[in-house]
Structure formats: C-alpha cells, structure tokens
Ligand binder design. Sequence first.
Ligand code: SAH
Ligand code: SF4
Ligand code: F3S
Length: 484
Amino acid sequence: MTETTIFLADEPASVQSAESALLSGSEPLASSRLDAPAPRKVFLKTYGCQMNVYDSERMQDALARDGYEPVDSEAEADLVLLNTCHIREKAAEKVYSALGRLRDLKKKKAAEGKVMTIGVAGCVAQAEGGEILRRAPAVDLVIGPQTYHRLPEALARVKQGERVLQTDYALEDKFDHLPAPRPAVTRARGVTAFLTVQEGCDKFCTFCVVPYTRGSEVSRPLARIVSEAERLAAAGVRELTLLGQNVNAWHGLDESGVELGLGDLLRRLAEVPGIARLRYTTSHPRDMDDSLISAHRDLPALMPYLHLPIQSGSDRILKAMNRRHKAADYVALVARIRSVRADLALSGDFIVGFPGETEEDFQATLDLVTAVGYAQAFSFKYSTRPGTPGADLPDQVDEAVKAERLERLQALLLQQQQAFAQGCIGRTIDLLLEKPGRMPGQLIGRSPWLQSVNVDAKGAEIGDIVRVRITGAGPNSLFADMLD
Ligand code: SAH
Ligand code: SF4
Ligand code: F3S
C-alpha cells in the first residue's frame, strides 16, 4: 500500500512543493529588488526516510534565506542537491547512477556557458563522502546530516573553487541554526508536518548503518520542540508526526529539571492550540515505557497507529541482530498497548535472510506475523552493509532463498493489510482532509490509521476534520461518505 507508506527508504520522494510560487509571490524577496542578482535555483531530491524529508525542508529554508528558489527539474537548476539514503545497497547505488546523469547535464550546461553545482547530502554523504569525491569528479560538495546549518557557508567555499567535504559531527545543534520558513511556505507544505525530535542511534543492530551515518542518540530540548510545534500550528498545521531514528528514546527536562520521556512530550504537544493529531515514528520495542503506553490511553489526539518494527520472529535471529529482546517480549508488549487502546493498528519492518536464518527461523517470523496481525508493514531482503557486524557473519543466505522468503512474507502481510482495510468498511471515523482528490469536489484525507480516504467534500475544506462513514476499499485507498 504505497499511499500509506510511512517509511520511505529506497523510494525517492521529491520534496518540491508549491513554494516557488509563494517565494516569488506576494512577499518580495531581497533577490527581486532591482539591485539584486536574479534568484538562484535549487533542485533538491530526497531519498530515504522521513528524517531526510524533514531535513530537506530545513535545507530549503536555509537556501531560501540565501536567495535560492526551489525548482521542479534538474535542468532548470543552478544547484542540484541529492539528500541520500545508505540503508540498503540498492539505496546507495541509486546515488551513483543519479550522479552519472548529473555529470552529463553539468557538461552540457558548461558548453552553454552555465554553471551547475552538484551537492550530495544525507547518509551516503556521511558514510562514503571521500569515495563520492573520488568516484564522481563532477560533485562539488559533500555534506553530512549533522552540518546542514553550515550549508550556505559550504556553498560559498564551492563558489571560490573549492571541492568541499563536510562530514564532521557539529558540536552545536544544527536545528538551532537552521532558519524557520515563512508561514506561507509552511502552509504550502500542507496541514500535516514532520517534526524531528531525536536523531541518531545507540542500539547498533548488527545489520544497520544508521548508528554510523547519523551518530549517537541526541534529543532536542523540550522548549525548542514546543516552539516549533506552535509555529507550525500557527501556520495551519493540524497533525504532527514526531520523528526520530529511535523516537521513543527521546528524553528531556521540563522547566523545573524533571526528566521527561516521549509520553510526556506528547502530552505537552497535545495542548498546543490547533494541533489535533499526533503521531510518532520509528519506535524501538525496548523504549516503549509505561508513560508512553498510557499516553495511548489518555490522549485522544494520539492516533491509534503504531510503527513498531521487530525485524524477525526468531529469538536466535533477534539475538544475532542484537535487538536485545525476544519475540515473546514483543507479543506481550503489543498486547499491553492494545489493552489500553483497543483500536490500535500496528505497522512493522521485517528483514528476511539475515545471516544464518534457517527455514525454521523464517517460519517463526510468519508465525509472529500471524499472531500479531499488521495493518501495514515493510519487508526487505537483508542487504549486507560494509562496516556493520552482520557483514562479517558466516552463513550469508543465498539471494534466491531471500527472494522466495520475501515473497511468502509479503503475501501474508498483503493479506493482513487487505483484511484490515475491508474491516474498516461500515465504520464511522474522523478524517483530516489533506489535499484535493482526482474528481472535482473530492478531497483526500487520512484515517486515524494512516489510510488515504477519498470523500466528496460537500463544502468542507483542506485542514478540516470531518466525520465520515467508510463505504469501500480499493487497493491503495478507502472511499467514504461524509456525515453531517
Ligand atoms: N530505527 C528503526 C529502523 C530504521 S531503518 C528501528 O529500529 O526499527 C528502517 C528499516 O530498514 C529497519 O527497520 C529494517 O527493517 C530495514 N533495514 C535496515 N538495515 C537493513 C539492511 N541491512 N538490510 C535490509 N533491511 C534493512
Ligand atoms: Fe538501525 Fe537498530 Fe538503530 Fe533502528 S535501532 S536505527 S535498526 S541500529
Ligand atoms: Fe536512510 Fe539515513 Fe534514513 S540511511 S533510512 S536516510 S537515516
């Protein structure tokens, strides 16, 4: 179900929006003054997870202050920035093929007397920055996720003729130094918004590059998060999705120095005027504490949808993955959360073919999926990542075996997803209207369980939360009638 994807790894998601119109619209930029140079144009392409989507928006904001307008194609751009993902081999390879195409475009533009700057940001930049500069001479700038606030300064160095590699871990908090967009820009991005509250990971699952690409776990301070939420709400945002590689490891201090967790943060954000819905992703089972579980009981704004990856149903494999819990712990945890929020829909991530995975281990994954029941899930063939402990393990699983297991797992997950969608028919739910639908008069909204729902809007507007009855289910979305 691609439309309800909440994890976007490997799926390029352009973050271009209607901003260009707004940036050159009613509020004139410095660059539109007579004595200023023509605005420069940036094309920013985003790969990977929602944290990259969020980061790309913040980079757009930093560049807007420097006079850059976003454009929808590489061909129009003076600056092309790729915000990359390193999670699986395929994701990383995409960057090099994109860079091949960009090299040709840069040459073509040079022949016309135009300059095009190419920058690589994100997790591939962090992991393989030096190699990118060696393998791709057309690249002018490599910038890691921790130093985006220094992007304008790095571009200024590029202008002086330098090739810049900036992948250090900045001591200062990048988010404190990245400018906020103007309200019109926030509004154009929609009525739902991502808000990064935590970055990095200390868990070191043996298959995963994230602890190396994003560094160790850091939580943003409470006050900064609350003020960003207030700014978003004031611009018309109704739903916030709190982001973190381990979002439920978020911790902070309140005004009197009392230690808070994600449950407390959600309680605070539920009080921000205008914010009607809250979500968070991605959670680790070990960080689901009592306060967070009770937030699911106490907060009507907290949507009954939880992305809680387990990766495998086999204890032997979970141990080899360094997940540090057993399958039964996960099943018990899900039961506890469902006992306080009966309508909770679960989503998860699975890896098949981790080194040493036998047919019996894989069967345990299928059994777990059957026992838990998922409304949505993402499943992947294990991809060997150089530098992670998994890469050195014996008994790497044959690609054909991985492919066959993935097919069986996905068939089961699809069956569950369709059963969940069918089970929604006849239910009355609240829908947050997000964007125009295909037919005139139609709007598309999100259900509490993150499904896309088409409805004849009858005078309701984007940003409204309306009562609807689900009447049907298509392969990727639901249909509904509005109630009074
Ligand atoms: N922090 C999150 C996951 C971040 S990565 C968590 O712990 O759940 C997102 C997903 O990508 C993972 O849940 C995993 O299913 C998948 N993934 C990560 N590394 C992978 C690898 N080497 N091969 C295949 N899938 C991988
Ligand atoms: Fe990767 Fe594990 Fe950290 Fe998730 S918890 S980001 S899978 S190391
Ligand atoms: Fe990919 Fe980095 Fe996100 S590796 S999944 S973009 S944290």
